[in-house]
Design a protein around this ligand. Structure first.
Ligand SMILES: Nc1ncnc2c1ncn2[C@@H]1O[C@H](COP(=O)(O)OP(=O)(O)OP(=O)(O)O)[C@@H](O)[C@H]1O
Ligand SMILES: [Mg+2]
Length: 624
């Protein structure tokens, strides 16, 4: 048989060494109720393809019974018939039949692979989009408390693993089971006595293989640990602060010794790992050759003792050749089946991790009777904080709230500003307004309505935020601007850019508005980035503008340029400016001074100076 001892190639994707590690990972997977039914539901749209796949696998595996039987006939009737002369016509027919079967099974395998790959990737694709859109709906707090890497890993690795599960686990289980059964049927048809022998020997081999696998897993685990220990030492000792510490405390020799110790351990483990790998293949090889050899011996004994007693055991040369071939094909499918439980657990773990995320309830959702924000010019753009208390999620309850009893009102078109020390809660207030976080108590109102009663998307449309660290995509400037208004014309882009005082700068770029910016693109200066962010928010044309420290990254000259942009941007809107540089907000209708989440002073620039309090102190600090 041309397929070799690997059979149909339904190998397990978990090698012996990863075995324990994978087990541990699976144990850590979250518990999800009704997992089986939910997985089945994912495959529901593809059920006809699934039926086809299963049928294909079964047919091609059943075809596997035939070649060994043909081999037997090739030897006994074709090559070495009782009259001693090869029977060419019979041989031709048998060989032709064998070839046809090989070709047909390979063709079936190709068709089957095509369908499994399609269904697997389709299900994975569905899941990926579902998860992606669900995550987008999660509140901001979810992202601040979850590592980006974790989220990415769920989308990439876990969902990606799902396709693997289908194309490997499912077809491996079905394919290997059918292969094993087919092989056993063929063996029984060839000789029940030899089948008995094989039945005794195979489990010994599989058990031996398993034992070696466990040893390898343990060594691999230790190697991994030792490796991470070494990299921890490296990181600690070879970082700037680590070197500084080691030097100032004269610990260099000790550090090197610690490293050398772990290194010796590592060398030992690597050698053992290499040896255990060889041992693994050695065990498999010995058994693969030993079983046929034992079968020859037993066959000889059976034939001899049968002849002594004058009956025919039915064991011909053809039987022995065919039998040893087919039993060799059993080996790998059997080993793979022994790991099926682990594979199934792995797929359950993968699905659990994905479902866990899909089941996350976004905390900030529209109320069932959510309404549109008011567009009455008398109130649209009016903002009210009413005794607002807020504590970031995950911050213990017994600590002081981040925002503590803050009340203020901004009439449509007014310009107010927040100032205060770093960490006093300015950015946080800017986040509460568009309901990026939910207040702990009190209320935030827009146009007279509690933001919790409004449609969140509509509220967002009316509020533009220029964040403290403006974020630009890795795309052209035009694309970055159009993020705010996809159908904006080139003229509109230019107009917004002029207003933000960035058009002239963009015009000097070689590719103008088509200059690619962002992480791997053209490196814009902090001030340019901010002005592009301002142009972007102007394109959005919101009723309320929140400018978080939009001038922090600027030198004085740049600051004035941005300042002018902001002055223009403010007209006709409610503006909440958050500022460190007081020079940018002297014109504000009201200035609120925040301290540790509380408003401690408020008034116009002049009034606050006269008060000679915190604001005045801040001001004289900056203008001394
Ligand atoms: N996601 C978060 N989770 C927990 N605590 C946070 C979070 N974001 C901010 N904080 C804390 O809330 C407090 C207020 O932060 P905020 O960003 O509002 O300060 P800020 O006044 O804008 O400061 P800066 O002038 O430095 O920008 C700080 O003590 C900060 O550590
Ligand atoms: Mg801030």
């Amino acid at each position: 048989m041309s397929m070799g001892p690997g059979g149909r190639g339904h190998g397990s994707r978990v090698s012996g060494a990863d075995f324990e590690a994978q087990r541990e990972l699976n144990r850590q997977a979250p518990r999800v109720a009704g997992l089986g039914a939910r997985i089945a539901q994912l495959f529901h749209p593809y059920r006809s393809q699934l039926v086809l796949i299963v049928s294909l696998v079964m047919v091609s595996a059943a075809l596997g019974i035939v070649p060994p039987l043909l081999t037997q006939r090739v030897f006994d009737d074709g090559l070495f018939p009782p009259d001693g002369v090869p029977n060419m016509p019979v041989l031709l027919v048998l060989v032709a039949a064998m070839l046809v079967i090989f070709v047909v099974s390979q063709a079936l395998a190709i068709v089957q692979t095509r369908f499994t790959a399609r269904v697997g990737n389709q299900v994975m694709g569905d899941l990926r989009v579902k998860l992606f859109s669900h995550l987008q709906a999660m509140e901001l707090g979810f992202f601040t408390r979850t590592k980006t890497g974790v989220i990415q890993s769920r989308l990439q690795n876990d969902v990606g693993g799902v396709a693997n599960v289908l194309s490997n686990t499912v077809s491996s289980v079905i394919g290997n089971t059918v292969t094993v059964i087919a092989a056993f049927v063929a063996m029984l048809l060839l000789s029940w006595q030899l089948t008995l022998i094989a039945l005794v020997l195979l489990p010994v081999l599989v058990a031996g293989q398993r034992k070696v696998g466990q040893i390898r897993a343990r060594i691999a685990g230790e190697t991994q640990e030792s490796l991470s220990e070494m990299s921890a030492i490296t990181q600690e000792a070879l970082s700037v602060s680590g070197v500084l510490l080691a030097k100032t405390y004269s610990r260099q020799r000790a550090e090197t010794e610690r490293y050398a110790d772990e290194n010796r351990n590592q060398i030992e483990l690597q050698v053992r790992q290499a040896m255990s790998g060889q041992l693994f293949f050695g065990v498999v090889q010995v058994f693969m050759s030993a079983v046929p050899a034992i079968i020859y011996l037993v066959s000889g004994w059976l034939i001899a003792s049968a002849q002594g007693q004058g009956f025919d055991p039915g064991i011909t040369a053809g039987t022995i050749v065919a039998f040893t071939t087919v039993q060799a094909r059993l080996l790998f499918p059997m080993m793979a089946l022994m790991r099926v439980t682990l594979d199934l657990q792995t797929s359950r773990a993968l699905f659990s991790r994905i479902f866990e995320y899909i089941d996350l309830e976004p905390e900030i959702v529209d109320a069932p009777d959510a309404k549109e924000p008011s567009s009455d010019p008398a109130v649209a753009g009016r903002i009210e904080f009413d005794r607002v208390r807020f504590r970031y999620p995950d911050v213990p309850d017994d600590t002081r709230p981040t925002i503590d009893d803050v009340s203020f009102t901004v009439e449509p078109g007014e310009f107010i500003a927040f100032v205060g020390a770093s960490g006093s809660g300015k950015t946080t207030i800017g986040m509460l307004l568009p309901r990026l976080y939910e207040v702990s108590s009190g209320a935030v109102r827009y146009g007279g309505d509690d933001v919790r009663d409004l449609k969140h998307e509509s509220l967002m449309e009316r509020i533009g935020v220029v964040t403290q660290e403006p974020y630009l995509f890795h795309a052209t400037i035009a694309e970055n601007l159009r993020y705010a208004k996809p159908d904006a014309s080139d003229e509109e882009l230019e107009q917004a850019a002029r207003l933000a005082n960035i058009h002239d700068t963009i015009a000097t770029f070689e590719h103008g508005y088509d200059t690619v910016v962002g992480e791997r693109g053209y490196r814009l200066s902090g001030g340019e980035k901010q002005r592009i962010a301002i142009a972007r928010v102007l394109l959005k044309n919101p009723r309320v503008l929140v400018l978080d420290e939009a001038t922090s990254a600027l030198d004085t000259l740049n600051e004035r340029v941005v300042q002018r942009a902001l002055d223009d941007a403010r007209s006709g809107r409610t503006t909440v400016a958050i500022a460190h540089r007081l020079s940018t907000i002297v014109d504000a209708d009201r200035i609120y001074v925040l301290d540790a989440g509380r408003i401690i002073e408020q008034g116009t620039h002049d009034a606050l100076l006269e008060l000679e309090g915190a604001y005045a102190a801040l001001y004289s600090q900056q203008h001394s």
